[in-house]
Write a protein that binds this ligand. Structure first.
Ligand code: SF4
Length: 694
């Protein structure tokens, strides 16, 4: 049982992948004062608008406080018994592949660990995927192809130490504001530092950019393949590094040789002079960090884009050293923790895949003979399997796929027709919860106890400072209780998150001996209650930077160049527009938390569609007038925001608004379910729509 604390509590922000430290202090009047933790290495006391308003989001309005079965209040015993029996019976009748779990980057690592262990370790299916598939699966796949492991090489200090920061597909100022502030402060201190922004939109992040390259949607791969070619032509690669520590350079170089500046300009829509300026800046600046985010990941060629970026860092040996490296910045608070436990359908556990040795190792560690032997269904395919009846029972945890998946109307229809849907969440009403046969009230930020990992591999504690309201319970407890009722008592006798974390630590180190990147052996005797933020691997101390020794986790220890053939540029057909979706500054996901803080809604109060003035004029769309957006998957009505920050032929719509806030505002209902063939990540930024004045 969680006890409210009257004293200041060190915890971690529940929003973005920056992972800022927060000090929360419950007040005598029942409110909670929130401040940035000056000692946390992610933020050193800073908080953005969302983080600083956390205290205003803690009311119990709209909370799910009791279990429900088919809309009626039920006891925990009744609800848990029903979930366990339906899952068990479904598996008995149709096999383990007929059930699934769909999780979330909002789950704490301990919750994620137990969910992954239940599905892959005891049910024997890998049908557990997560909304992190929508966030950074392409970075995971790109890292694994290049490094042999899903490893982010650098850290936030590198962003301040770099002489050139290249931001690709990232509106850092709104989506990772504290990192933006750190870079802006470093640039103010060292005016010679340069920032290049590569983004189809001229977002607020352009305010600190010395150069903005407004690439066409999906033009990034061509830009970085051209950069590799330019580095070769200028003679500014690092032949010693390439020869000593990599393989595959020659093949990548040969493909890149076809990409001179004029071809890159044609593919990207960027002026040749601007491309040349970027290439020369990159070539002339040893200390360069390339930050990439959802504009790179959420694409049908996302993994190739990641590798095109990494190729340039490998070719110059700019990796594993201070102020250098490719840097994936994740969207969610614990997407990294989910990756670490193996909470993606194509991973088994603790950064391990599905080879025979690993399956045997994990089986022995978990004491189960039923461990899954092959990857499961990734998010988009999982919901297609629900739609066509292959999956007959699904458990959704802390996420809202009816709003966030592409072809969201089809996802809604799939759940509507699914024989058994369980949803565990804080919020009583979401577009997904509306289809739950069983609703399980889960603990939220301030009540939960566990760990999260941020974008620089730093594990931090989330600590409780509020009592559990109503009959709310932590996710790890709920999952363990279902597991026990399914007959797996011996694997789920958990009584605290600290005990689960200790098991996670032990699995990371089990038969590891430096052969895998994810190793927490140095935390084996750590005091969970007081554990300070630490970057993995921890053997025995934390590791600020990876690959300093140029040793990678491939069989030969060398990094791999990946040959990238840029896709044809995305050019809309006459009358069509490319729809880009993303975040606004002050809201988070589907607003179940940020929607409670009036001052956060004051920044942008309603959804909008951002249109270039010339396009608006051609379609007789006036400022603030209503516009109909349509695709073959759905349609919606939005207010026009006419701005030259948006390039012609493209529109932008925020992803936050749902049917809970505005009727028919679910923008992902318009997005096709096209995915990257390697990572399975959907192309959420490149849908095709038509526009007309309403
Ligand atoms: Fe929270 Fe991200 Fe803002 Fe930090 S930058 S306070 S982690 S939302």
């Amino acid at each position: 049982t969680v006890i409210a604390s009257p004293a200041p509590v060190r915890t971690t922000c529940p929003y973005c992948g920056v992972g800022c430290g927060v000090i929360a202090t419950p007040q005598p009047d029942g409110t909670v004062a929130v401040a940035g933790d000056p000692d946390h290495p992610a933020n050193f006391g800073r908080l953005c608008s969302k983080g600083s308003a956390l205290g205003e989001t803690l009311s119990l309005d709209g909370r799910l406080l009791y279990p429900e079965i088919r809309g009626e209040r039920a006891s925990w015993d009744e609800a848990l018994a029903l979930v366990a029996s339906v899952f068990k019976n479904t598996i008995a009748e149709h096999g383990p592949e007929s059930v699934a779990i769909y999780g979330s980057g909002q789950l704490l690592t301990e919750d994620y660990y137990v969910a992954n262990k239940l599905m892959k370790g005891f049910i024997g299916s890998a049908n557990i995927d997560t909304n992190s598939r929508l966030c950074m699966a392409s970075s995971v796949a790109g890292h694994k192809r290049a490094f042999g492991s899903d490893t982010v090489p650098g850290n936030y200090e590198d962003l301040e130490d770099a002489d050139l920061v290249v931001l690709v597909g990232s509106n850092l100022s709104w989506c990772h504001p504290v990192i933006y502030q750190r870079i802006a402060a470093a640039k103010a201190e060292r005016p010679n530092m340069r920032v290049v922004l590569i983004d189809p939109r001229r977002t607020m992040t352009a305010d600190i950019a010395d150069l903005h390259l407004g690439v066409r949607a999906d033009g990034d791969a061509a830009l970085f393949v051209g950069l590799l070619n330019s580095l070769v032509e200028l003679g500014l690669t690092n032949p010693d590094y390439v020869a000593g520590h990599t393989t595959g350079f020659e093949a990548a170089r040969l493909v890149a040789a076809d990409w001179d500046i004029s071809r890159v300009a044609e593919a990207t829509g960027v002026a040749p002079g601007d491309i040349e300026a970027f290439y020369q800046l990159f070539a002339a600046t040893p200390k360069v960090v390339t930050v990439f985010s959802q504009g790179v990941n959420q694409s049908a060629s996302g993994t190739d884009k990641v590798n095109a970026i990494i190729n340039c860092h490998l070719a110059t040996g700019r990796i594993g050293r201070p102020g250098m490296g490719p840097f994936s910045i994740t969207g969610q608070p614990n997407a990294m923790g989910g990756r670490e436990v193996g909470g993606l359908a194509n991973m088994l556990a603790a950064h391990m895949d599905f080879d025979d040795t690993t399956i045997d190792r994990v089986s022995r560690f978990w004491g189960s003979k039923a461990v899954a032997t092959k990857p499961g269904l990734k998010a988009v395919d999982m919901f297609r399997a629900i739609a066509d009846g292959r999956i007959k029972a699904v458990w959704i945890m802390a996420t809202n796929p009816v709003d966030s998946l592409p072809e969201a109307d089809a996802a809604r229809e799939a759940l509507r027709n699914c024989p058994f849907v369980v949803v565990s969440d804080m919020a009583a009403k979401t577009d997904t919860m509306a289809h739950a046969h069983v609703k399980l009230p889960a603990a939220g930020w301030g009540e939960k106890d566990g760990t999260v990992t941020n974008s620089e591999r730093r594990i931090s504690r989330q600590r409780p400072f509020l009592p559990l309201p109503g009959e709310v319970r932590p996710d790890w407890w709920i999952i363990s209780q279902v597991a026990k009722r399914m007959g797996y008592s011996h694997g789920f006798a958990y009584f605290s998150p600290g005990q689960i974390f200790a098991e996670h630590v032990a699995l990371s180190a089990f038969e590891n001996e430096g052969s895998r990147d994810f190793d927490l052996s140095g935390l084996a005797s750590a005091d969970y209650a007081t554990m300070a933020p630490v970057q993995w691997p921890v053997r025995p101390a934390g590791t600020k930077r990876m690959f300093a020794d140029a040793r990678y986790f491939t069989p030969d220890g060398k990094a791999r160049f990946v040959t990238v053939q840029p896709p044809p540029p995305i050019v809309p057909a006459p009358g069509q527009f490319i729809l880009n979706t993303g975040r606004v500054r002050d809201h988070w996901h589907t607003m179940t938390r940020t929607g409670k803080a009036a001052r956060l809604s004051a920044h942008i109060a309603e959804p909008f569609v951002e249109i270039n003035p010339a396009d608006a004029e051609a379609l007789s769309i006036r400022r603030t007038s209503l516009v109909r957006l349509e695709s073959r998957h759905g349609s919606t009505l939005l207010r026009a925001l006419v701005t030259d920050r948006q390039q012609r032929g493209n529109v932008f719509v925020p992803m936050h608004w749902t049917d809970q806030f505005a009727s028919n505002a679910r923008i992902d209902a318009l997005v096709a379910g096209k995915v990257d063939p390697v990572s399975g990540q959907p192309a959420l930024k490149m849908a095709r729509v038509t526009l007309s004045p309403a």
